[in-house]
Design a protein around this ligand. Structure first.
Ligand code: GDP
Ligand code: MG
Length: 370
């Protein structure tokens, strides 16, 4: 678990192998696609890719898209955005389903739940929280590689009968690299062979000290199957959210990230976006990555039409020119001409970037053959 091949690292970041090789060379490490590198080096590369995605948005500065600064007084509390990660079969999907079933708004909507890649839960108390419901690790790293940071909190699911496993460690690494706080959900406590204390002590090896071990990471025992411990988990999420002091200005044009997208036979390009700042309205003109268009219709996670969506709300939007990639940033712009101009600018940048990456790959190959 302490090493990874260059190829695998590239896959996980949705990056190209030559780019990863180049990044390694900057660190003084020469490696080909099939060679393994240690976890620390891999982490540095991941960081490096995070920085690089920031540099991509320098083109946004060129375009005057760097965004308005919000003054402190305009900021309002927003719901936390949560991603569930963990080893295969430890209960990520079951937990997402269990948490979804606690949504009081779903009852009003007649219980219809749509899979749109993210959903929001409204508790009895009125508190809201948003869950990203795409296959954990890949989505998380793909989004990070593209520059979007959508997650405020990671729920690390560890099965109490199985303990810390390779993908548990990987999830910890991702959360730490992204600087996102972890809440440990010790799942399957209904199982007779459940040993939550073993999980707690195993986590220490990976610098996760839960409260019972004298640390500050919250941990909650749950059973996704029996729907036990969900209240406590949600309380832990709300407490963590409070500590993070999550705020956004709802009274400005919207910005956010694409969670997932697809081409629908009848409806055309459909994208699930997470609004991160401002309020997205039906009729708004948006640019998402290299795609653009007018928001023809907006649907919530119950398939209900929406006119507007504030910070931390996931919505499905119709009307884009094409299918933007998961993790692309979207912004609302003033008119369609501007939207096309930005989309075309980005398409050109992308082509230039691809050409430069190709040239770099050839250079690397030459050096390796020399
Ligand atoms: P994922 O791969 O992490 O998404 O895991 P799943 O949610 O698909 O769960 C894997 C298996 O574990 C399924 O057979 C679930 O029914 C089972 N499972 C999930 N949560 C629990 C739990 O709390 N208790 C028990 N006994 N089984 C669970
Ligand atoms: Mg699953």
């Amino acid at each position: 678990p302490e090493t990874i091949t260059v190829q695998e690292l590239a896959n996980r970041m949705a990056a190209r192998v030559p780019e990863v090789v180049k990044s390694l060379m900057k660190l003084g490490v020469m490696a080909t696609a099939t060679q393994t590198i240690d976890a620390d080096t891999a982490e540095l590369v991941v960081e490096e890719f995070g920085h690089r995605s920031k540099r991509v948005s320098e083109s946004d500065v060129e375009l005057g898209l760097e965004g308005q600064e919000d003054s402190e007084t305009d900021l309002k509390v927003r719901p936390p955005v949560v991603t569930i990660m963990g080893h295969v079969d430890h209960g990520k999907t079951s937990l997402l389903d269990a948490l979804r079933s606690t949504d009081v708004a779903a009852r009003e909507a007649g219980g219809i739940t749509q899979h749109i890649g993210a959903y929001q839960v409204t508790l009895e108390s009125g508190a809201k929280m948003t869950f990203i419901d795409t296959p954990g690790h890949e989505a998380f790293t793909a989004m990070r590689a593209r520059g979007a940071s959508v997650t405020d909190i990671v729920i690390l699911v560890v099965a109490a009968d199985d303990g810390v496993m390779p993908q548990t460690v990987e999830a910890i690494r991702h959360a730490k690299a992204a600087n996102v706080p972890i809440i440990v959900a010790i799942n399957k406590i209904d199982r007779p062979d459940a040993n939550p204390n073993r999980v707690r002590s195993e986590l220490l090896q990976y610098d996760i000290a839960v409260e019972a071990m004298g640390g500050e990471t919250q941990d909650v025992e749950v059973s996704a199957l029996k729907r036990q411990g969900l209240d406590a988990l949600q309380e832990a999420i709300l407490l963590q959210a409070e500590l993070l002091d999550l705020k956004a200005n709802p009274n400005r044009s919207a910005e956010g990230a694409v969670i997932e997208s697809s081409l629908d036979r009848g409806r055309g390009p459909v994208a699930t976006v997470l609004v991160q700042k401002g309020t997205l309205r039906q009729g708004d003109i948006v640019v998402a990555g290299t795609e653009q268009g007018r928001v023809r219709a907006m649907l919530d996670d119950h398939g209900q039409p929406l006119k507007d969506a504030g910070p931390s709300t996931p919505v499905e939007i119709l009307g884009l020119s094409g299918v933007p990639g998961a993790g692309e940033v979207f912004v609302v712009v003033e008119n369609e001409g501007r939207a096309r101009e930005i989309a075309e600018f980005r398409q050109r940048k992308l082509r230039e970037h691809a050409a430069a990456a190709g040239a770099a790959a050839r250079g690397t190959l030459d050096q390796m053959l020399a």
